[in-house]
Design a protein around this ligand. Structure first.
Ligand SMILES: Nc1ncnc2c1ncn2[C@@H]1O[C@H](COP(=O)(O)OP(=O)(O)OP(=O)(O)O)[C@@H](O)[C@H]1O
Ligand SMILES: [Mg+2]
Length: 332
């Protein structure tokens, strides 16, 4: 049973300004990191629950302060700077020292950052996800076995990194060109997926034993919910092109189906406390899970903030519910 006492809550995060650009870096290299205002909002939300927020910062700060860290639990939103396991690095240090932390453990964070491993797990659970191939070497594309158009993405990134108007490819030549660019620029294999032309949804989840899916949020791009060939790109995210519509104007049946899929994805990847699942529905009404984000943005303008507003509970309550899920799980 969780006791109802107030805690010292450490906050680990990466700020956009923490990343020093190197020559040749793509412009979206630091896209996953947060603005200081988001960290302040999370800290305020934690304190609104009577807890004390202790700002720790990124993995370097954590390494310096790890042994003297006077906290009961850490609210971690670090994306990490380098490598396929970058999201797992801070939780791994906390696990090492036995410090409780909010969110998925290092294994699930590693799995879900890697789109290919995630898809293998989803498939093994019978969860539909777009057909794909991995491209390690763009010169070797025999026996493709996929139907164009395809979308070409980096294998282990988030925040639509590596996505631009050339990512949607209509033929083998386009695929060769885009995967070559992506492999070289992002220093990792590409994944090419069959493009799901239709509508896009995202579903937030909080909780553990009986995870609660929130009302479905629909993605509007350039004023349209029928996305057809439109999709997220780095430049669209940084414009007014994308709007989240909550609740999604869809049937109760589809809404329930998407929520169930989101929870099944959360359970299959063994995420904890909270997550957000991205789903595309094709023109025949068939849903495909694109990915799960165990560290979804907690910016007030993003999905959790928007859902909090829609439910009338507000942003602080959403953040506190995530924290409470972890506190209850650890029995703190
Ligand atoms: N197979 C697909 N069919 C159609 N659109 C897709 C597909 N895969 C990706 N997209 C588009 O690209 C966007 C980003 O893809 P995805 O969610 O896989 O990557 P991400 O960078 O991890 O995302 P996020 O921005 O949520 O962190 C999706 O939100 C969607 O608009
Ligand atoms: Mg996504």
């Amino acid at each position: 049973m969780a006791k109802n006492h107030k805690n010292r809550v450490g906050l680990t995060y990466d700020l956009r300004t923490d990343y020093i650009f190197k020559p040749g870096d793509p412009p979206d290299i630091n896209a996953e990191f947060d603005h200081p205002s988001t960290i302040d909002m999370i800290a305020d939300a934690i304190e609104s629950g009577g807890h004390t927020a202790v700002k720790v910062g990124n993995v370097d700060n954590l390494l310096k302060s790890l042994d003297g860290l006077d906290v009961d639990i850490v609210f971690n939103i670090c994306e990490g700077m380098h490598g396929r396991n970058r999201e797992s690095q801070v939780p791994m240090l906390l696990e090492l020292r036995g410090i409780p932390f909010v969110g998925a453990d290092p294994l699930s964070l590693g799995i879900t950052l890697d789109k290919i491993i995630t898809k293998k797990i989803l498939k093994s659970h019978g969860i539909e996800t777009p057909a794909y191939i991995e491209i390690k070497d763009s010169r070797n594309l025999n026996g493709l076995g996929l139907n164009f158009p395809l979308i070409v993405k980096p294998r282990f990134e988030g925040s639509s990194k590596g996505l631009n108007d050339n990512s949607l490819v209509k033929n083998r030549q386009g695929l060769l060109k885009q995967s070559k660019w992506l492999i070289e620029k992002y220093n990792q294999p590409a994944i090419a997926e069959e493009f799901i032309s239709g509508e896009e949804f995202t579903i937030g989840i909080i909780g553990n034993k009986d995870p609660k899916p929130f009302p479905v949020v629909q993605v509007e791009i350039d004023g349209s919910l029928s996305l057809n060939n439109l999709f997220y790109t780095f430049s669209r995210i940084h414009s007014d092109a994308i709007r989240y519509v909550c609740p999604a104007p869809i049937s109760k049946r589809l809404s329930k189906q998407l929520q169930n899929l989101a929870v099944a994805t959360y359970e299959a990847t063994e995420c904890l406390d909270f997550s957000r699942v991205d789903i595309r529905v094709d023109k025949n009404g068939k849903p495909y899970v694109l990915e799960i984000n165990p560290l979804p943005s907690l910016s007030t303008a993003d999905v959790f903030g928007i859902v909090g507003k829609h439910l009338g509970v507000g942003y602080n309550r959403m953040v506190l519910d995530v924290l409470d899920a972890a506190i209850k799980r650890y029995g703190i």
